[in-house]
Write a protein that binds this ligand. Structure first.
Ligand code: ADP
Length: 542
């Protein structure tokens, strides 16, 4: 048995419309290309008088063309020609011209075809019926044809409006920022209604003009009407019931949250060219589409601000944490060592004193590095880092970096592989050493004391790559994208101290040289950082 349609079945559109409550749902067919072509045609509420002239000419033509037929057709058959002319006039020019054609047709038929010709007198009474028939058929056919035509025109106008609405929503969806969105709305109103437009949004207590057609200025009275429309969320101005002396018609841009602004559209240039009811409805649909888009843009902006604020707060918390913990720990150790030396110096032997001093010095250096990092980061962020451009030997960089970390090195094996023919790198020697020191410092910090650390350099096309690799635990793959962020630290068990600034500084410094730094894991275990520094185009290779 064939499945019967379920009477309770509702289409997706029905369900959506029911569920949407106060939200407007516009159903738009997906044929933008054909509808778009129509959208450019202007509205023609008043059709020209020349249609009546055409109708008259058609009857003249039929009468002239019918003359030779008189010889072999009876007059009643000639009537068919007039009937055809009336139908043609009805279909092509509308009801008025068709009625004119039927009246003129009857007269012409009587004058030129019914004996006695050239008078309106009728000799044969049977023609009276023909006259009436022609008139009635003419009027009926023309009325039906005109109705069909009007329905087609109405359907066309609706398709046109839907297309215009669809165009607008596509334009609004593509606009990324509020100002862009407002200018999309203004342009669509101008194009669709052929009138100047203005959009006002609240700015503190008052409305501010945010988008307006060229040469459109709003005086005090106009602003008062716009303000009224905004405060009462009701249309005001030209051709409305409120403050109708204004030049523009002001529509509130309302959503469920209330009025978000006002859309102003210039009144008619000539007093009789009012917007038709259909056009007013379309304008209102434009206003509600615009309002929804503005609401979306404002919500997105608020979300972004909240995100920035949240990130800022996180940063402050991290900074406070880092300062309170990482600054205080070495200070406590140094103060403790110094007070022991001061108070118990008599009780301490030379070795104990040296151990205390070493400890205090190590902590002071750590503190120095930390404060240096914080300062460097601040300078980088403020754009205050000046990069000198000198030609630097990579091998010198490596040697100076290792020299600076001599105390940390101990017995750790360090493999250095820098080819003798490596090109000189343009850059700032001091800053590039700092990049290497930070990477090496991490490699020493995060790998076992006896594990080797490798420093390799090589030419790679128009750049030089410097790689620092260790055999420690490596980096969690999910953190690879984040470890260069400020204050980002990988959470690990153990007590390796740090601030999460070292790699962020590396990145900032390398980028200030036009290069990049990347992190990866060795397949065999351990982390691997590669700094790529660009060579100038004419640098001597080899
Ligand atoms: P920190 O002061 O914490 O060392 P960095 O910015 O230098 O800050 O490093 C960020 C994070 O990256 C560190 O918390 C650390 O876990 C991880 N990391 C950096 N270098 C290495 C490495 N060579 N091996 C393993 N993890 C590393």
């Amino acid at each position: 048995m064939p499945a019967r349609p379920d009477p309770n079945h509702q289409s997706a559109v029905d369900r959506l419309t029911r569920a949407s409550g106060p939200i407007d749902v516009h159903v738009v067919s997906g044929q933008p290309a054909t509808i778009r072509a129509g959208a450019e045609r202007s509205w023609l509420p008043h059709r020209p008088w020349s249609r009546y002239l055409n109708s008259l000419l058609l009857i003249v033509v039929v009468t002239v063309a019918g003359q030779p037929l008189r010889l072999f057709l009876s007059p009643t058959n000639v009537v068919m020609l007039y009937l055809a002319a009336v139908v043609y006039a009805a279909v092509v020019w509308g009801r008025g011209p068709a009625i004119l054609a039927s009246v003129l047709g009857v007269l012409a038929f009587d004058l030129f075809f019914v004996p006695p010709t050239f008078t309106l007198a009728v000799s044969d009474t049977e023609y009276v019926l023909t006259f009436i028939g022609l008139l009635v058929v003419g009027i009926v056919v023309s009325t039906l044809a005109a109705q069909a035509r009007e329905q087609a025109e109405a359907a066309y106008a609706r398709a046109l409006q839907t297309g215009q609405l669809y165009d607008l929503s596509r334009g609004l969806a593509a606009a990324a920022e509020l100002d862009e969105l407002l200018s999309v709305l203004r342009r669509h109103v101008e194009k669709t209604f052929g009138r100047q437009a203005a959009i006002l949004l609240p700015d503190g207590e008052n409305l501010a003009l945010r988008a307006a057609s060229l040469d459109l200025a709003l005086d005090e009275d106009e602003r008062a009407a716009a303000d009224w429309a905004f405060r009462h969320a009701t249309p005001a101005g030209c051709n409305t019931a409120n403050l109708s002396a204004a030049r523009l018609r002001y529509l509130p841009l309302s959503t469920a949250r209330g009025a978000l602004g006002v859309l102003g559209v210039m009144g008619p240039a000539q007093p009789d060219r009012h917007l038709l009811p259909d056009q007013v409805r379309l304008l209102e649909a434009f206003a509600s589409q615009g309002a929804l888009a503005i609401e979306r843009a404002e919500l997105a902006q608020q979300a972004q601000q909240a995100e920035v604020l949240r990130a800022g707060e996180k940063l402050q918390a991290a900074l406070l944490n880092s300062i309170s913990h990482d600054l205080r720990t070495p200070l406590v150790s140094i103060t403790g060592a110094l007070s022991s030396l001061q108070e118990d110096s008599a009780a301490l032997d030379a070795d104990a004193r040296r151990a205390l001093l070493d400890n205090a010095r190590g902590e002071a250096e750590r503190l120095n590095r930390l404060v240096g990092n914080l300062l460097e980061m601040t300078r980088l962020e403020a754009g205050a880092v000046r990069v000198k451009s000198e030609l630097v030997e990579v091998v010198d960089l490596v040697e100076t970096g290792l020299e600076q970390l001599r105390d940390r090195l101990g017995d750790r094996p360090v493999v250095v592989d820098v080819p003798a023919d490596l090109p000189l790198v343009p850059g700032d020697f001091v800053l590039l050493v700092q990049v290497l020191v930070n990477l090496l410092d991490n490699a020493f910090k995060y790998s076992p004391a006896a594990a080797p650390v490798e420093i390799r350099a090589r030419a790679a096309g128009d750049a030089v790559e410097i790689e620092v690799a260790d055999r420690g635990p490596g980096l969690p793959p999910e953190d690879l994208g984040r470890i260069f962020n400020k204050f980002y630290r990988v959470q690990r068990p153990g007590s390796v101290t740090g601030t999460g600034l070292g790699l962020a500084i590396c990145k900032g410094l390398v980028e200030a040289h036009g290069g990049r730094v990347e992190a990866a894991n060795w397949p065999g275990g351990g982390a691997r950082f590669v700094v790529t520094l660009p060579l100038p185009p004419a640098a001597p290779h080899g």
